[in-house]
Design a protein. Structure first.
Length: 306
């Protein structure tokens, strides 16, 4: 086995397929194991499926696909809804997440008295795949936001030193402080100055953009982690400092929907223009996947009203 890239799944998925999502009654289930069994039966019965690489959409996926081509790596997605998903696995369009937004499990975790890592232990145990062969990889590149890192932190912490020596972690800088000391040593020290480079983007795809840059410009075979860290530090220091962050107020879904409607005609209903309208004109903070869900809801309402 050569190299492995591990990344999180995405809220944005191939919309041409019928979406599988929990029914309202499922959110009344008091036992987490019953919920998982019911959920996985929905997934297994889904008739429309595509490969995971086709299903998962967005910049974070395109970044790791570009990195994959450079080093011919195997891609593994960590999914809150499916567990461990290989890039070539056939999966449906589904909606179940540990992130904020529609069909989020966050409120259920409180009811079930569990956290992300306990959920992951349960869902990955039933998954068709596992991570038992990581030790056979030449190098393991892991790019994850905080909530997905929380899911697999106990697993990572329990890996043997030989496997750990192959891992390169691409995380948000604030995530590093929450790691055990032996995992902090695996962190590749990018920071938000990368937004002043050709690899600029959004916070949603930050980790994957860092991974792509590393594989394209920094990584070399048999490279030790000390050398890798030194080269990344030199690169980051060469970039201009980060401009002061614009503080945008956060609104409720109803308040944001009203602003989307306000700018609808001006932006011809185009999602990209409306998002910029919110952020640049109204100075409102709205995460991209949350915005897309609200935009789709308004679009469907307008179509049904015609």
């Amino acid at each position: 086995m050569n190299h492995i890239i591990i990344s999180n799944c995405t809220n944005r998925k191939l919309s041409k397929l019928t979406k599988i999502e929990p029914s309202e009654k499922m959110y009344d289930i008091e036992n987490v194991d019953f919920f998982i069994n019911h959920w996985l039966s929905l997934i297994q019965c889904a008739k429309q499926k595509k490969t995971a690489i086709e299903i998962y959409q967005g910049r974070s996926v395109s970044e790791i696909l570009r990195a994959k081509k450079i080093i011919d790596a195997e891609i593994i997605f960590l999914s809150a809804g499916l567990g461990i998903v290989n890039g070539g696995d056939m999966i449906p369009n589904y909606d179940l997440t540990i992130s904020e937004g529609q069909n989020s499990l966050k409120s259920m975790f409180s009811k079930w008295r569990i956290n992300e890592s306990i959920w992951w232990e349960k869902i990955s145990r039933i998954s068709n795949n596992n991570l038992n062969l990581l030790h056979e990889a030449e190098c393991i590149f892991i790019a994850l936001p905080q909530n997905y890192l929380n899911m697999i932190l106990p697993f990572l912490s329990g890996l043997d030193m030989s496997t750990l020596s192959k891992i390169r972690l691409f995380l948000h800088p604030q995530s590093v402080q929450k790691l055990p000391e032996h995992l902090q040593k695996l962190y590749i020290p990018y920071d938000y100055r990368i937004e002043n480079s050709e690899f600029k983007g959004t916070m949603v795809d930050y980790c994957q953009r860092c991974l792509h840059h590393f594989i394209k410009y920094i990584f070399s075979p048999n490279q030790d982690i000390t050398t890798a860290k030194s080269l990344v530090t030199q690169y980051i220091k060469s970039l201009p400092p980060i401009a002061p962050k614009i503080i945008r107020p956060k609104l409720t879904d109803d308040e944001i929907s009203k602003l989307i409607l306000e700018g609808w005609d001006f932006c011809n209903g185009q999602s990209s223009k409306l998002l910029r309208f919110l952020r640049d004109e109204k100075m409102i903070a709205c995460e991209q996947s949350r915005f897309q869900a609200l935009w789709r809801h308004i679009k469907n309402e307008k179509m049904n009203a015609q």
